[in-house]
Design a protein around this ligand. Sequence first.
Ligand code: NAI
Ligand code: MG
Length: 394
Amino acid sequence: MSKHSVVTMPGDGIGNQVLPEALRVLKAVGFDAEYIPADIGWECWRNEGNALPERTIDLLARHKLGLFGAITSKPNKEAQAELKPELQGKGLVYYSPIVTMRQKFNLDICMRPCIGFTGNPLNYIRKRVDDDYDEPEIDTTVFRQNTEGMYAGIEWTNPPENVRAALNSHPRFKAFASVPGPDMAVSVRIITRSAARRIVTAAFDYAKKRGFKGVTICEKPNVVRETSGMMEETAKEVARNYPGIALWSTNIDAQLMWLNKNPEDYNVIVASNLFGDILSDAFAGLVGGLGFAASGNIGDEVAVFEPTHGSAPKYAELDPPIVNPIAMILSAVMMLEHVGENDKAKRIKDAISTVVKEGKVRTYDMMRISGGAKSISQGAASTIKMTDAILAKL
Ligand code: NAI
Ligand code: MG
């Protein structure tokens, strides 16, 4: 029997191109695992009216570890139109399978490393006063609360009477009291102390493991006093358990300015759902963007690792595939670290580092050319060639 079992969910579009590449690398490095393929995504929606079938949920519950590629999601009207005829008009509603998965298994900790590889032409550079350039070493990991806040999905256009009545009881609502219901949309931002504690603790544990001096809580407590206030207050509480690691506090707006000026100053940032999503994409843009952005959705029992990118439908049919498999491979690396296979994780990271540094094999995104069938004839490596190059360094 294998030591580990991993549910593999390639999903849609380029998910089907990159996930097999990550498996090639995991096999090459000798990860002792059995892989259990599972269905997720658009075809499941069209044929079954559910993008995350129960059988996939069961497999995740049983095996606890998942690797996920990407899914396609479409606006409600299109989603309805693409349902197979027998399922149409039955009141089925499309829900994002990844959001459902996060909520179902309480995958409340989202970890998004944004770590630059030396020699990546997509890395952030900064002009110096002597007109030369600096390329700061960026090693930032964003801890994003994954299940609450602005993405909890508790929202209305034209809020029902009882909600409206509750809002009316707030003195600040006077300013909106005369707005007709259909002209008003309301989203509720809920933060709970226990979830705040878990995400902040995850950030501090990571800082401790990596030997970093501090953790930055990035919110907006001076304006969003209650919810951001609870995040910050909880962070202060948790910080007391980590003597020697400082807690810094920044506001989301200022932080985005600082990351453009001094991104190397931030190693660990923790934030609520929406702010964490924004921060992690913004930092990822400094170290190569979607081709390099990996993430882990981590709960107490189950953990699922996935690249940040989506299904990139415009490239999904190209043969050979052209997209960068590194984000997916780095997601597999995160999975290895999660299960304590740190040597294997390091070997893969080192192999990627060498390939990027040598710069001989680059997918189209790393060459700053547009994607498409022509990119190969312009010298870009295919998805498979990139993986081959990484395998050769292992
Ligand atoms: P996307 O991430 O799929 O692609 C945006 C663009 O980024 C692509 O057209 C391509 O130019 C580039 N790109 C993405 N991955 C790349 C890679 N590995 N290598 C090189 N270049 C890469 O986002 P988009 O186009 O907004 O959405 C497409 C579909 O994916 C939609 O249906 C959307 O809902 C879904 N989506 C799914 C996500 C998930 O599965 N977690 C996340 C984001 C979007
Ligand atoms: Mg995002």
